[in-house]
Write a protein that binds this ligand. Structure first.
Ligand code: B12
Ligand code: SF4
Length: 562
């Protein structure tokens, strides 16, 4: 059997076992939704690689999406199968991206997966006849079998876990069982992602230590994606993965995105102890339930580097909490928040406005509760508006829950727009409650800005971090490094000249002060995410893209002083 060759330089893994080229696409969404390296595609790519299938990821979360760009990529890579991932709010873009692929070459087999399409099969397939198949739920094994079937020109009817349109009906193949032993999965192939760009943004990297959730909150589809039985990965393997992220990509912030990381205390303890044993020295954040945390566990988590815990509080109203099947009470919330905060972990409480039974009174109760926990424990909090997502009980039984849904435009399912109302809470009232929260946020920002002006270093750092992010995002959105980074070498005597030239161009394009632009670009260079390379008679700035520290130093390049 010939060896599998990994050409990490261009992010392509090639091999001769199955002659198929698979292109995986991540779908753009706004900066406010925190772009994080897509874990779905990294897992999917990893299993394809394991099976000897050639795969490439085109990550439109941190590069500007344009149909022409996708077409150029298709021209160059000539994939036979293209798969896109999305959630509800960016499903409309994902379907259009797959149309670009089908229009480019009708022979390309187009696939879509993720939590939206899993629960909106009919609509997706009827609305988008250019989508050949939906992969339902957990996708790793299904995608491998689908690729094999397509490679052999076989009928995909025999692949469990998919849905496709056949004339005027939707065919759903037998459901696929969940992966019993998650340790069998290879480590996510993040080397195919533009990790340097994520480092430039300073976002954490997502890691998962388990799949599944035994609770059944009616606004959530997470527990339906991976089932009610929780499957755990071995702590040793989880920490191997984290160590690799530190070693290969220089990442020092991790977001553990299990549905609820503290569900099984033995597992949580084992992961923390392994991190401590290997002395990882990194900061991480988790999602957890207020009723699944104890003093000793929180202290251990904090010692192991847990910096933030996000609790899904949802509402301060006991009746609403019951209706939504959260299984917690406001007292549980007070207790959980206190435990985490006293252990030295920062707490973020997340609320939803517009849940069944919501009224002006309950909404104000929640706002006051968020405030109370902030003042008592320093817990930050955020409010979102209800988006009844496909796959959730609230979507399927909206009428029973007294929820009126006003929009079927999925792009508006971003939890920042009022698209529902209850008998006692109109959309106007939801908006009004939200604006109270937003005014609080604005006031907090004004306060931070004022304190920064008065010399408070911590506040200055917060503002600096936000501005840096916006700067990097503007570079991505305008493809500015790609567009402005090329220059003739004549007249450039040293890397500093090239840096100054790039800064001048970027500053002009973005209308930002030249000194500030020069400094921001200098920081990106110093962090190894921007690099100058010589090409023929010219020079070109580029994102180090694959982001691997080892590789960055291996590429012959002119290094710039910071
Ligand atoms: C971490 C997380 C986040 C992170 C990072 C998201 C990210 N894009 O990486 C943050 C905090 C930023 C976030 C934000 C939001 N999230 Co979120 N998030 C999650 C969470 C907890 C884990 C996601 C994850 O990494 N899972 C692990 C990977 C391996 O699983 P996966 O992504 O589902 O992929 C598998 C399958 O879906 C399938 N698959 C997926 N894509 C594809 C593509 C192909 C081609 C194939 C074959 C298969 C396939 O195969 C994969 C491997 O098995 C899930 C809950 C959950 N249990 O999944 C919610 C979840 C995905 N989020 C959700 C929502 C609603 C949001 C927000 C809209 C929140 C908001 N503003 O209200 C934003 C949207 C941001 C965005 N566009 O992604 C919903 C999505 C439901 C929906 N229908 O849209 C979920 C399911 C939770 C819920 N409330 O029900 N989220
Ligand atoms: S909100 Fe959290 S606890 Fe509730 S079902 Fe979803 S993942 Fe589970």
């Amino acid at each position: 059997m010939p060896p599998i060759s990994r050409n990490q330089g261009c992010g392509v893994v090639s091999c001769w076992l199955i002659s198929m080229r698979v292109l995986l696409l991540s779908t753009p969404h706004p900066l406010e939704e925190s772009p994080l390296p897509p874990l779905s595609l990294s897992y999917l790519a990893a299993v394809l690689i394991q099976e000897g299938i050639e795969v490439k990821i085109l990550d439109f979360l941190v590069t500007h999406y344009h149909p022409g760009k996708l077409r150029r990529e298709l021209e160059e890579y000539q994939p036979q199968l293209v798969g896109a991932t999305c959630v509800t709010l960016n499903y409309p873009i994902a379907r259009r991206m797959l149309k670009v692929c089908k229009d480019f070459d009708p022979h390309i087999f187009t696939v879509i997966g993720g939590p939206h399409v899993t629960f909106a099969q009919e609509e997706t397939l009827f609305q988008s006849p250019w989508i050949d198949a939906i992969v339902i739920g957990e996708g790793e094994r299904t995608l491998v079998e689908l690729v094999r079937a397509v490679a052999k020109g076989k009928d995909v009817h025999h692949v469990p876990g998919i849905a496709f349109a056949d004339r005027n009906t939707v065919v759903k193949t037998p459901s696929r069982s969940l992966i019993e032993d998650l340790d069998q999965l290879p480590l996510p192939a993040r080397e195919l992602l533009p990790m340097a760009r994520y480092r430039a943004l300073g976002t954490p990297c997502t890691v998962i230590t388990s799949r599944g959730c035994p609770y059944s909150c009616i606004f959530c589809s997470g527990h339906r994606m991976f089932g009610p039985r929780v499957r755990f990965r071995s702590p040793g393997l989880v920490v191997d993965e984290i160590e690799k992220l530190q070693r290969d990509f220089g990442l020092d912030k991790i977001n553990i995105v299990d549905d609820t990381f503290t569900l099984n205390h033995n597992h949580t303890r084992a992961v923390c102890q392994e991190m401590l044993r290997r002395d990882l020295k990194l900061k991480w954040s988790v999602f957890a339930r207020v009723d699944r945390i104890s003093e000793d566990l929180a202290q251990l988590m904090n010692r192991a580097g847990c910096e933030w815990v996000l609790f899904g509080v949802e509402s301060a109203d006991e009746g609403i909490l019951k209706t939504i099947k959260k299984g917690t009470t406001p007292e549980d919330v007070r207790r959980g928040v206190k435990i985490a905060a006293e252990a030295g972990i920062n707490v973020f409480n997340s609320f939803i406005l517009g849940l069944p039974g919501e009224s002006r009174e309950t909404a104000h109760k929640s706002l006051a509760f968020g405030d109370e926990l902030y003042h008592k424990y320093g817990a930050k909090y955020g409010f979102h508006m209800l988006s009844p997502l496909p796959g959730t009980e609230i979507y399927e039984r909206a009428e029973d829950y007294g929820i009126r849904i006003f929009s079927r435009n999925w792009a508006r399912y971003n939890a920042n727009e009022p698209i529902t109302e209850t008998a006692t809470m109109s959309r106007e009232m939801v908006k009004e409650a939200m604006s109270i929260y937003n005014r609080g946020i604005e006031a907090a920002w004004d306060n931070i800005k004022q304190r920064a002006k008065d010399g408070d270093a911590e506040c200055a750092e917060i503002i600096e971090g936000k501005e840096k992010n916006e700067f990097v995002w503007a570079l991505f959105q305008g493809d500015l490094i790609e567009r402005l980074g090329g220059m003739a070498s004549a007249g450039i005597l040293n890397p500093g000249d090239a840096q100054a030239k790039l800064a001048r161009r970027v500053s002009q394009r973005l209308g930002i002060d030249i000194g500030l632009t020069q400094r921001r670009i200098g920081e990106l260079i110093a962090r190894g995410v921007l690099q100058l390379e010589s090409k023929g008679n010219g020079l070109r700035w580029r994102w180090t893209d694959r982001g691997q520290l080892k590789m960055a130093s291996a590429i012959p390049a002119i290094s710039c002083p910071a």
